[in-house]
Design a protein around this ligand. Structure first.
Ligand SMILES: *[C@@H]1O[C@H](CO)[C@@H](O)[C@H](O)[C@H]1NC(C)=O
Ligand SMILES: *[C@@H]1O[C@H](CO)[C@@H](O)[C@H](O)[C@H]1NC(C)=O
Length: 304
């Protein structure tokens, strides 16, 4: 117990000023105050190992230790290690979001960019800390650094596989869309096309569907019409242009097919807002009018 109140007050003042001195010294020379424990680094290293293979990552036990991670160390270093932990957990969480098949291509790209920048930033902060800390802690930071490098490599490998899967899934949906058009199931084809959200270029779809079979013209045109309200978004005019090119090239643009194409073009420009695209629709219509007139002339000429 304190001998007398005065002594206690003096002691408190001394402790208090020592503490503020510590704070000041810490501000000017943080490295002297840093203590890095083997246990804390271990915890971070274990965290980076939660993504091992492609599949094991699903059952990672996040938040298994909700208490403060850095109780055994104090000060500036513990704060930094705590921030590393948060970043690593962010990386893991983002990685599991990226694995969801339901996310769109745009969301995926966004998450991927965020992931790269977070990892780069994390490595930079670890490098800085390694430079700041006392010599005796360098090996620990180096251990963390290596485990982060491994995490980065594993993530890259896994993402490459994931992207291949996503690409394969997209290709399968494209093939299905083509099959539905060829089979005349326009409603299903349009549903799948919409779900692909503009990633399937209309000219490419037309080329994929056509396959030298001019009988598909009716279904293709029905498909363009089914999507005409989103003509601008999906660029249906690109499909008409490709179809025209393919039919002309193979000498398959007969009167009946020309008529089908021409009629579906009527009013299409109302669904467009870009003047360039409206111009393309008009050009296409003029081409079809000329084509139809050539049949009339041909018939008249043939009768003579
Ligand atoms: C569809 O694509 C647009 C434009 O690229 C994008 O803004 C939107 O988020 C996407 N939506 C979905 C559900 O993928
Ligand atoms: C059209 O499809 C054929 C295969 O069916 C392919 O060889 C060609 O490159 C495609 N052309 C375009 C412009 O996509």
């Amino acid at each position: 117990m304190c001998k007398g109140v005065l002594f206690c007050v003096v002691l408190l003042v001394l402790v208090d000023s020592y503490a503020s001195l510590r704070v000041k010294r810490q501000f000017f020379a943080p490295s002297e105050e840093c203590v890095i424990s083997h246990t804390d680094i271990d915890e971070l290293v274990q965290l980076t190992k939660l993504i091992e293979g492609r599949k094991s990552s699903r059952k990672r036990p996040l938040n298994r230790n909700p208490s403060s991670p850095t109780q055994t160390t104090t000060d500036e270093c513990s704060r930094k290690l705590g921030e590393f932990k948060v970043s690593i957990q962010d990386v893991l969480t983002r990685y599991s979001s990226m694995q969801k098949p339901s996310i769109s291509a745009n969301q995926y790209e966004l998450l991927k960019a965020q992931q790269e920048s977070e990892l780069t930033d994390l490595m930079r902060r670890v490098d800085n800390l390694e430079r700041e800390v006392e010599q005796r802690f360098r090996a620990e930071i180096e251990r963390l650094r290596n485990s982060l490098q491994q995490l980065k490599r594993r993530l890259n490998d896994n993402l490459r596989l994931l992207e291949q899967e996503r690409e394969a899934g997209r290709k399968a949906q494209e093939a299905l869309c083509v099959e539905y058009i060829q089979g005349g199931n326009i409603e299903e084809a349009a549903r799948i096309y919409r779900a692909l959200n503009g990633t399937y270029d209309m000219a490419r779809l037309t080329n994929d569907t056509y396959q030298m079979d001019a009988d598909v013209v009716g279904s293709l045109v029905d498909f363009f019409v089914a999507l005409q309200e989103d003509g601008q978004t999906f660029g249906t005019i690109g499909g008409y242009e490709m179809l025209y090119k393919l039919l002309e090239r193979n000498n398959q643009l007969n009167r009946e097919r020309s008529r089908i194409i021409f009629h579906s073009l009527v009013g299409l420009e109302h669904f467009y807002s870009d003047p360039l695209d409206i111009g393309r629709v008009e050009t296409m219509r003029v081409k079809m009018i000329n084509k139809l007139q050539s049949f009339v002339k041909g018939k008249v000429a043939g009768r003579r």
